[in-house]
Ligand binder design. Structure first.
Ligand SMILES: Nc1ncnc2c1ncn2[C@@H]1O[C@H](COP(=O)(O)OP(=O)(O)O)[C@@H](O)[C@H]1O
Ligand SMILES: [Mg+2]
Length: 353
């Protein structure tokens, strides 16, 4: 077993990323009814970096998020590596895993009303992980809960409120305060603003951005909305049918995707917070495939406007698609300098120099 670090271990000074996910697979169930929800995902997040994960409903984003802290149901089988500061979450003993949840990495879920306990005051709920980790006396934990509420823009006195006394945006702020309670190094936010109206959504996104940069945390922000992610994150990974099909600097992926799915997704979300696009993105007919019945070849080919005959039989791996970019599409030619783009028109130089 790797050396156990203290919970407040300083940021490593080596080139080791904060989070390094390698070839992660998650399958629900087994045998004929198995659902391969995540199929060989690689991700890296450095301290202070914000990674966005995009994709329509059903592409495996939440499964990936839950896998990162081994929060999946018992029916799920995982393989690969999830290295947090070099320590593999997948092989960690339970005691260590309990310490890492909250203090190493913590999750903000969508829909705070379901995650908060309706019968407990929010101050008690924020103090709970602090007490659970033996980090403070009850009085100090409650003081800290008040401070955390102020950090997320709520008065400390709101600690006495019950969840139903708060608005949706305020409850999501409480969830963020809880996620910060044990000073994690990484925050995983799964659709943290999807249930909120556009104005509140923007406020919460700014808040997350600011907290992450002030405290040099890593952030994984998950959303179906590429516009939200490109506005908030440094890098983007686009998931389709359980795989990353495109990755690169966030603005570049949003404005000039290399994979036809990335293009379709960015065209589907012309403005931030367009809830109407969620289940039927504009210009993208059909749905992602059922993971238990994936199409042959490239899994996107049945919906792809640029598909070639070979796409029905030939699976595509991620390949270089420009500096610091990769895409899993047969049309991507990293060496070409001027090439007709897969979405029509001519794309800029793609030399990897
Ligand atoms: N507990 C589960 N058991 C079986 N299948 C599941 C379970 N949770 C999710 N799935 C399936 O895994 C796939 C990915 O789901 P999910 O990770 O929730 O995607 P996303 O967050 O991108 O919408 C979907 O086909 C979904 O039906
Ligand atoms: Mg989800």
């Amino acid at each position: 077993m790797t050396a156990v670090k203290t919970e407040s271990a300083p940021k490593p000074e080596t080139g080791q990323p904060l989070l390094d996910v390698r070839n992660l697979h998650v399958t629900y169930g087994s045998g004929a009814s198995s659902v391969p929800a995540v199929r060989g995902v690689d991700l890296r997040v450095e301290a202070g970096q914000k990674l966005g994960i995009a994709g329509e409903s059903g592409c495996g984003k939440s499964t990936l998020a839950l896998a990162l802290l081994r929060l999946l149901p018992a029916s799920a089988t995982l393989s690969g590596e999830i290295l947090l500061d070099g320590e593999d979450i997948l092989t960690m003993k339970w005691g260590r895993l309990r310490a890492v949840r909250w203090a190493g990495a913590s999750i903000v879920f969508q829909g705070a009303m379901h995650s908060l306990n309706a019968v407990h005051r929010i101050g008690d709920q924020i103090a709970e992980p602090i007490l659970l980790h033996g980090r403070a006396t009850p009085a100090a934990a409650h003081r800290r809960a008040g401070e955390l509420l102020e950090q997320v823009g709520l008065p400390a006195a709101r600690a006495d409120a019950y969840p139903h006394e708060l608005s949706g945006g305020q409850r999501q702020r409480v969830m963020i305060a809880m996620a910060l309670a044990c000073d994690p190094r990484l925050i995983i936010a799964d659709e943290p603003t999807t249930a909120l109206d556009v104005m509140i959504q923007a406020q919460i996104l700014r808040l997350i951005e600011q907290l992450v940069s002030d405290q040099d945390l890593g952030l994984i922000m998950i959303s179906h909305d590429l516009a939200v992610l490109s506005d908030t994150c440094d890098r983007l990974s686009v998931m389709y049918a359980g795989r990353v099909v495109e990755e690169g600097p966030a603005k570049q992926v949003y404005e000039n995707a290399r994979h036809p799915y990335g293009s379709a997704l960015s065209a589907a979300f012309p403005r931030i917070g367009d809830l109407s696009s969620r289940h039927a993105p504009r210009g993208l007919p059909g749905d992602p495939p059922d993971p238990s019945a994936l199409p042959s070849g490239c899994t996107f080919h049945p919906r792809c406007p640029a598909a070639l005959d070979s796409c029905a039989t030939e699976d595509q791996e991620l390949r270089p698609a420009g500096p610091s970019r990769r895409a899993a599409c047969v049309l991507v030619e990293p060496e070409a300098t001027v090439t007709p783009g897969p979405h029509g028109g001519t794309e800029e130089a793609r030399s990897t120099s």
